[in-house]
Design a protein around this ligand. Structure first.
Ligand SMILES: [Zn+2]
Length: 150
């Protein structure tokens, strides 16, 4: 966790993004790490956890983080929470809380609220289009024999 906090500070001071860092450990060894790179890479999804998950998956050459522990300097935002569930590590440790982040100007409470709102009523309206045509991709997936389930 100390390393994650250090990444939060150094990444932010270097102008890479917000003060967030993340380290991923497997069997006592660091397999991935990252700091927030939103400003440096002009990528709104480059949160420390996502950067670290990508790094760890590359190291482990796998799309899941089975048996891994995630150490993040702050409680994950909804996007990172989703990414963590998709990556399936064993456990997550966080230092600061989302309330601490909100206090520093990183308030993600509205995203939790938006999840509850009907798609078409969200602040960014989300509208279903061409569902029947798109269902064909799912049909092909269901029929596909040689697939990696995840
Ligand atoms: Zn995040």
């Amino acid at each position: 966790m100390r390393q994650a906090i250090e990444l939060a500070k150094t990444g932010m001071l270097a102008g890479n993004g917000g003060p967030f860092g993340c380290v991923i450990v497997k069997d006592g060894k660091v397999v991935g790490q990252g700091s927030n790179l939103v400003l440096k890479t002009k990528d709104p999804t480059a949160h420390a956890e996502v950067v670290a998950i990508r790094d760890a998956c590359k190291t482990l050459d796998h799309f899941q983080l089975e048996g891994c522990e995630v150490y993040t300097s702050c409680e994950p935002c909804p996007m990172c929470l989703g990414a963590i569930f998709w990556a399936r590590p064993a456990k997550v440790f966080f230092a600061c809380t989302k309330e601490d982040a909100a206090e520093a100007g990183f308030d993600d409470e509205f995203i939790y609220q938006e999840i509850e709102v009907k798609p078409e009523n969200r602040r960014i309206p989300m509208v279903s289009l061409m569902r029947e045509e798109s269902l064909k991709a799912f049909e092909l997936w269901k029929e596909k024999g040689d697939k990696d389930l995840y």
